[in-house]
Design a binder for this molecule. Structure first.
Ligand SMILES: Nc1ncnc2c1ncn2[C@@H]1O[C@H](COP(=O)(O)OP(=O)(O)OP(=O)(O)O)[C@@H](O)[C@H]1O
Ligand SMILES: Nc1ccn([C@H]2C[C@H](O)[C@@H](COP(=O)(O)O)O2)c(=O)n1
Ligand SMILES: [Mg+2]
Length: 235
């Protein structure tokens, strides 16, 4: 059976609670139905999922800040880019297509990415998810809502000047196939054309928290901290 989390829910608006309550059945059927098939056991989730989408251009510091959020607030971190890179490394059926798409700075078909996120959510014991680098497009957003059946509680947007993002990506030195000037330019174009509309959508829904993503990592985290602290205050 599902239980509502008092510490999270008490500081959340009543419309949010009503919205969440109406989605519980969908979430329950999703998590039990598919998990049952995959694992052969019934694994009902005990708590309402709390979902944060983490958005921002390439190199804006999403992954860096997610590590701090995980350390401080105990979220499960699901990076869409990392899940896709894992598919490439495992040489799965979609691996070659994903690699070419990433090299081109384009966006992988939503169905593929959402299924990877769904699998990780089902396997997780956590109910608080940071979904990093997703949704990148309106198609991503709609596909998540259709397949997972829930909307995010919080959407973070790391707003960073392009020049700074390019500098950071070129200095990243993690061996990523897309960390080169040619691909970065394409990724920035895709971000402007396809990701900004998603950010605007959540702004209009009142779910967007914009972080000025310049300064030290710690300075930026001090903008992030109060957002999650507010959801934890009343227990
Ligand atoms: N505040 C900061 N100041 C300087 N460098 C930073 C800052 N935050 C992160 N970095 C560095 O910038 C690079 C990009 O950061 P990160 O990987 O977190 O970005 P991202 O938004 O996840 O990028 P991508 O979308 O490409 O995955 C990393 O090398 C990271 O160490
Ligand atoms: N929702 C997503 C997330 C990522 N990708 C692809 C395209 C990105 O350029 C690449 C790297 O992602 P990052 O690690 O920068 O978050 O992965 C995608 O197609 N769809
Ligand atoms: Mg990242």
């Amino acid at each position: 059976m599902w239980r509502r989390v008092a510490s999270l829910s008490s500081s959340i608006s009543s419309s949010f609670l009503a919205q969440t309550a109406s989605r519980l059945n969908t979430w329950e059927s999703l998590t039990t139905g598919i998990a049952q098939q995959a694992k052969g056991v019934i694994a009902p989730k005990e708590k309402t999922p709390f979902i944060t989408f983490v958005l921002g251009g390439p190199g804006s510091g999403k992954g860096t800040q997610c590590i701090k959020i995980v350390e401080t607030f105990g979220f499960a971190h699901l990076s869409a880019g990392d899940l896709l890179r894992r598919e490439i490394a495992s040489k799965s059926a979609d691996g070659a297509m994903i690699l070419n798409t990433i090299k081109e700075g384009k966006i992988v078909p939503s169905q593929v990415t959402v299924k990877l996120i769904q699998k990780e959510m089902e396997l997780s014991d956590n109910h608080k998810f940071l979904i990093d680098g997703f949704p990148r497009t309106e198609e991503n957003r709609v596909s998540f809502e259709r397949i997972i059946g829930v909307e995010p509680n919080v959407v973070l947007f790391f707003d960073c000047p392009e020049e700074e993002m390019v500098k950071r990506v070129l200095n990243r030195n993690e061996g990523r196939v897309d960390d080169n000037l040619e691909t970065i330019k394409k990724r920035l174009t895709v971000f402007q054309a396809l990701s900004l509309p998603v950010i605007n959508y959540y702004s209009e829904k009142g779910k967007l928290y914009t972080i000025k993503a310049i300064g030290t990592e710690d300075e930026i985290f001090e903008q992030v901290r109060p957002i999650f602290a507010a959801f934890e205050t009343v227990g």
